[in-house]
Structures are given as structure tokens and as C-alpha cells.
Write a protein that binds this ligand. Structure first.
Ligand code: NAP
Length: 248
């Protein structure tokens, strides 16, 4: 019988994995999206959209749809669905793999300040100046809302949600970005400090290189920990290894 693989998606890696699995003869692949993004783009294989109703709902779905393997390829900061995936896989006896792109690492010329959360990032900001570039996503801006003396430039794919800081300029854009463009942006907006999550990946890493070239401090929010016992791999090839699937 052909194996059915459910990918929890919302990332570039999930899209790549869906394309590879859909090209494997005899493999059925379904990608699940949360439904947060308006135009998610075409995906290979089947697609379902929307929450499952917690870990129990996901476990039911795995059983009902005869899923053989679950690949959690969600964003490194999508903590809730990752926990649900681990619980649901354990409850239903389905093989589970977590696909996580590696985090970023600072070099000797970087001025990074690692913090555990967005509120901790907000606590640090005033010491670096008055103009911050926030690339932490459209949610969570409330953590910075009390910093009324600072000016924020916020970049996100979809419009950010209030509450947000009083002095906020929004730039809607989707990566990848080049180092030249990021350098121009940091200069033109007179940025004193960059704030980012440790999302990893090449598409949005150019801002870190640009900040290094300009000698700017970067506040980096650490990733949440993976659930205990999670089988995490860094790329699509290793997911295939784990699932025992040969790509054509
Ligand atoms: P989250 O806080 O971990 O998840 C909240 C709830 O959304 C989950 O409990 C689940 O609802 C639903 N959900 C999340 N991902 C889902 C998926 N792939 N398929 C079906 N339901 C899903 O997640 P989040 O941080 O809001 O992220 C939502 C999605 O956006 C993720 O799929 C992630 O890959 C993508 N994303 C997130 C970020 C980020 O910074 N967090 C950045 C880029 C992309 P139920 O409990 O009802 O099942």
C-alpha cells in the first residue's frame, strides 16, 4: 500500500519536501497549512487548511486519514503546533520527524545579543538607540508597544496586528532579500539596532550580513526548545532517509 505522509507546513522546506515526495511513485503526500497567509502559493500533492483542534484533533486526523508518517516542517517558532504534533504522533503510533533548518550562528565581527523572548528583546532595545528594525513577524508587536520613545520600522509579509508601538512604519515584503538591499534599507531608515528571531535559512539572512558590515547590534530571539525526544533533521534529504523513501 502507498504510504501517506502528512507535512505540517508553512515554510520553504515544507514546500520543497512536498515537491520531492509528490514525485516519488506510490507516495501520497498531504500538506497542512494553518491558513494564516492569504496567498500561500501552489503546493505539490494534496493540501488541507486550518487547525485540527489541538493534539487530540490531529491524532484523530492521522488515524482517519491513514497517515503513516508525520513530518513537522513548521517554522522554528511555531511552538504550539510542534508540541501538538509530537503528542498526536505518540498517541496514534505514527512515525514522526521534525524538519528544522539550522539556526544562524554569529561570526567574530557580529554584535549579537541573544534573548529568550520578544519582551526580553524589548527590554534591551533602549540602550542601542532610538530607531529599531523589527523583523520578528507580524504578531507579537505588543511586546514593544510600551516603548513610546523609540521609532520602529517593522517588516512583515502580511500586515502586522495591533497593538503595536506608537511610532511604527510598516514595510510589507517577502524575502529573499539581498545584502545590498538590506544595507541600503538599514542606512536609509537610519537604523540603530536590528531585532530578529533565529529563524535560520538563507532567504532572510542577508540582514545579518548587512548589520555586520555596518557594525550594528542585533538582538536575536532564541528558538523555543523542541519537545523531548523529537527526531529533528536539518534538511529534506534526511527526512527521506528517516522515512526510508528513495527519491526518483
Ligand atoms: P502555533 O502557534 O504553533 O500554532 C497555533 C495553532 O495553529 C495550532 O495549535 C494549530 O491549531 C494551528 N496550526 C499551526 N500550524 C498549523 C499547520 N501547519 N496546519 C494546521 N494547523 C496549524 O503556530 P504559529 O506560530 O501561529 O504559525 C502558524 C503557521 O505559520 C505554522 O504552520 C508555521 O509553519 C507558519 N509560520 C510561522 C512563523 C512564526 O514565526 N511563528 C513564521 C513563518 C511561518 P489547532 O490546535 O487547532 O490544530
Amino acid at each position: 500500500m502507498s504510504p501517506h505522509v502528512l507535512i505540517l507546513g508553512g515554510t520553504t522546506e515544507a514546500r520543497e519536501l512536498a515537491a520531492v515526495l509528490a514525485a516519488c511513485p506510490g507516495v501520497r503526500v498531504t500538506t497542512s497549512l494553518a491558513g494564516r497567509v492569504n496567498r500561500p502559493g501552489a503546493l505539490a500533492g494534496d493540501v488541507r487548511v486550518g487547525g485540527f483542534g489541538g493534539a487530540e484533533g490531529l491524532a484523530d486526523w492521522l488515524r482517519e486519514q491513514h497517515v503513516d508518517a508525520l513530518v513537522d516542517a513548521t517554522h522554528p517558532f511555531a511552538e504550539g503546533i510542534t508540541l501538538n504534533a509530537a503528542r498526536a504522533a505518540a498517541a496514534s503510533g505514527v512515525t514522526a520527524v521534525v524538519l528544522r533548518r539550522p539556526g544562524w550562528l554569529p561570526g567574530p565581527e557580529d554584535h549579537w545579543h541573544m534573548v529568550p523572548s520578544l519582551p526580553a528583546a524589548a527590554d534591551l532595545l533602549p540602550r542601542f538607540g532610538s530607531r529599531a528594525f523589527l523583523t520578528t513577524g507580524r504578531l507579537g508587536l505588543a511586546a514593544f508597544a510600551h516603548l513610546t520613545d523609540l521609532h520602529f520600522v517593522v517588516r512583515s509579509v502580511e500586515p502586522p496586528e495591533p497593538p503595536m508601538p506608537q511610532h511604527t512604519e510598516v514595510l510589507l515584503a517577502r524575502g529573499p532579500f539581498t545584502v545590498a538591499d538590506e544595507t541600503t534599507l538599514l542606512r536609509e531608515y537610519l537604523i540603530d539596532v536590528l531585532v530578529t528571531k533565529d529563524s535560520g535559512g538563507a532567504a532572510t539572512a542577508a540582514k545579518l550580513t548587512a548589520a555586520r558590515h555596518l557594525g550594528l547590534p542585533v538582538v536575536v530571539v532564541r528558538r523555543p526548545q523542541l519537545p523531548e525526544g523529537a527526531d529533528a533533521v536539518p534538511d529534506v534529504a534526511r527526512v527521506l532517509d528517516r522515512l526510508g523513501i528513495n527519491s526518483p
